[in-house]
Design a binder for this molecule. Structure first.
Ligand SMILES: Cc1cc2nc3c(=O)[nH]c(=O)nc-3n(C[C@H](O)[C@H](O)[C@H](O)COP(=O)(O)OP(=O)(O)OC[C@H]3O[C@@H](n4cnc5c(N)ncnc54)[C@H](O)[C@@H]3O)c2cc1C
Ligand SMILES: *[C@@H]1O[C@H](CO)[C@@H](O)[C@H](O)[C@H]1NC(C)=O
Ligand SMILES: *[C@@H]1O[C@H](CO)[C@@H](O)[C@H](O)[C@H]1NC(C)=O
Ligand SMILES: *[C@@H]1O[C@H](CO)[C@@H](O)[C@H](O)[C@H]1NC(C)=O
Ligand SMILES: *[C@@H]1O[C@H](CO)[C@@H](O)[C@H](O)[C@H]1NC(C)=O
Ligand SMILES: *[C@@H]1O[C@H](CO)[C@@H](O)[C@H](O)[C@H]1NC(C)=O
Ligand SMILES: *[C@@H]1O[C@H](CO)[C@@H](O)[C@H](O)[C@H]1NC(C)=O
Length: 485
């Protein structure tokens, strides 16, 4: 191998084995820290010959541990981090970027920024391109530029028998000097755009559309308590005001709604944080859309401000990376009729009451989807302008306004693990009554009807593609396509 095999008696193994969610840390029999496509081919053939259970890892950020397993032979892509930018792309006027799977999103942001470009990546820079993209990929830019998979142009993958294949989009045809380059393996390409990691093969390269950046990125951050210092409950009113803005929010605005149960010295409790960013022309009328929050009961606000950044990179650097702890997220996709008063009551009481259990918190993150633009769009468009059949993410993504995740977190001791997991699962079951479908990258570990919840009517087609590309079912992970074969 060009890379190396790490066994459980080495410091390098100890470092790589720890999952970001320590609740799901497991111990493979060996970690193959691969350095080339040929390493990956060798590892797959080796594992196949000796019938080892393969796990595939890029960063180890998967909340449910789909990238590790006790006793597995782990193929680790964390050392494959190349990024190549091509501004002379024939497929996309603003250029394209090709990344290896173990590249962090921050690394890609940093490289493309040198050319005044952005790509559609997530909020946390330590996540890797690999699993993030295969699961769909939501971004602070999604309301303007679509999901990560809407921006994917091509992938390269090593299959169960060591063959390297290229797959790209049906619509992509390159005509150069009279030669037509035909599209390849469009069924696989469709499946890899949302069908989840760890099941079709090992993806070695991802090529994304680049977009020109804008001169100024403006953030809007506004925080209210849930209970004021005097005990007045205002959280429900703030939530109602905010969610009513979602249906008509200009596509240039994207970002997050965050809630938690923090207690403060002044006796106020809990927070609702609106953390958005504007990516577009600041002379558009939509630039002032969030003013209606800024002027909504300023006397209630803990803080509320606009801030300008000279690049998307400088903006994204301000978002937290996240630390190691035990956690269990649950998720649902919220449509415009999901934001009921019952939902608001449920979310607020969940984040507030969590503090009853020592050391346990419940936080919530809504990632904004949807997007209505003042200008016309060609593909990739805002999330809702992409046809549900175009990628394999749950069709509900195309009619949702928010991917809403609630996370139960606790300290590093295992004492409360079981009760916290049950608590999280109960929250998930209740949450699911409000939304429609789930985002697999943020969902719980043990979802009833997971195949329908994660992929809806796309699941049967995903399973057919799985049978075709991995006929021996050597790539498996928990609640991934083909898990129940
Ligand atoms: C702090 C934090 C922030 C996040 N923010 C966002 C966000 O903004 N938007 C969003 O959409 N998601 C977000 N996520 C969820 C994230 O997308 C998922 O955890 C994703 O699975 C991480 O992919 P990874 O490759 O980094 O992790 P890993 O744990 O290494 O892999 C995840 C899955 O992908 C598979 N996989 C990885 N690489 C390959 C490959 N090359 N070929 C085949 N299969 C592969 C693995 O087998 C596993 O099933 C966040 C997660 C965390 C912990
Ligand atoms: C690969 O991984 C090893 C062990 O973690 C590290 O020492 C080495 O620098 C890495 N190489 C590259 C090119 O990232
Ligand atoms: C790998 O599998 C594919 C499809 O099943 C087949 O076409 C190809 O010939 C195989 N290659 C090798 C090297 O076995
Ligand atoms: C929980 O409540 C206690 C006492 O009211 C407070 O000191 C603490 O900060 C709270 N913890 C969290 C995470 O909100
Ligand atoms: C940010 O930049 C825009 C466009 O130049 C400007 O209208 C706005 O006032 C600036 N906001 C801040 C907080 O500097
Ligand atoms: C909700 O969405 C549906 C379907 O997209 C639409 O017909 C309806 O008008 C929307 N309702 C609101 C309140 O925006
Ligand atoms: C799973 O789906 C089936 C069929 O759609 C339904 O009858 C059943 O109630 C669902 N189970 C759960 C736990 O949601």
């Amino acid at each position: 191998m060009d890379g190396q095999i790490l066994l459980p008696n080495s410091a390098a193994y100890d470092k790589l084995v720890v999952m970001r969610n320590t609740r799901v840390t497991k111990f493979p029999i060996a970690i193959a820290l691969v350095a080339s496509t040929s390493d990956i081919q060798k590892c797959i053939l080796f594992a196949r010959k000796y019938r080892l259970h393969i796990t595939v890892q890029s960063s180890g950020h998967d909340y449910n541990g789909r990238s590790t397993e006790h006793g597995s032979f782990q193929i680790h892509l964390g050392n494959m981090t190349a990024v190549h930018i091509n501004l002379a792309s024939k497929r996309n006027i603003d250029g394209e970027v090709t990344c290896q799977s173990g590249t962090t999103l921050m690394n890609v942001y940093t490289e493309v920024d040198k050319y005044y470009r952005v790509f559609v990546g997530g909020n946390s820079g330590s996540v890797c391109v690999g699993g993030y993209t295969l699961g769909g990929g939501t971004s602070p830019l999604s309301r303007k530029l679509g999901l990560a998979v809407d921006n994917l142009l091509e992938v390269e993958m090593v299959t169960y028998n060591g063959t390297t294949v290229v797959a790209n989009a049906q619509l992509t045809k390159t005509i150069d000097d009279g030669v037509i380059e035909r599209t390849k393996n469009t069924d696989l390409f469709w499946a890899l755009r949302g069908g989840g990691g760890g099941t079709y093969g090992i993806v070695t390269k991802y090529t994304f559309r680049l977009h020109r950046t804008v001169p100024t990125i403006t953030s809007f951050a506004c925080m209210y308590p849930i209970y004021r210092y005097n005990g007045e409950l205002i959280g429900n009113k703030v939530m109602r005001k905010y969610v009513n803005l979602l249906s008509n929010m200009p596509a240039e605005w994207g970002g997050y709604l965050l809630l938690g149960g923090t207690h403060r010295k002044d006796n106020s409790i809990g927070y609702i944080l609106i953390a958005q960013n504007y990516f577009g022309d600041t002379s558009n009328p939509g630039f002032s859309y969030m003013d209606s929050i800024k002027t909504f009961h300023p006397e209630w606000q803990i803080m509320c401000k606009y801030e300008n950044y000279s690049s998307f990179l400088n903006y994204i650097k301000t978002s937290g990376g996240g630390s190691h702890h035990q956690e269990y997220p649950v998720n649902t996709l919220m449509r415009n009729d999901s934001f009921t008063d019952d939902w608001i009551n449920f979310v607020i009481s969940s984040v507030i009451n969590a503090n009853a259990t020592e050391g346990t918190t419940v936080t919530a993150t809504g990632t904004l989807l949807g997007g209505k633009s003042y200008t016309l769009h060609i593909l990739p468009g805002v999330v809702q302008s992409v046809c549900p059949e175009y990628t394999s993410v749950h069709p509900s993504f195309r009619s949702s306004l928010m991917s809403f995740t609630m996370t139960v977190k606790w300290g590093d001791s295992d004492g409360q693990a079981m009760s916290n997991i049950h608590y999280a699962e109960d929250l998930g079951e209740k949450l699911n009554t409000f939304g429609n479908g789930m985002f697999p990258n943020n969902a719980g570990a043990d979802v009833a009807n997971w195949s329908r919840e994660f992929w809806g009517r796309n699941y049967d087609r995903l399973l057919k593609v799985k049978y075709k590309w991995d006929p021996e079912n050597i790539f498996t992970c928990r609640q991934c396509v083909g898990y129940d074969i």
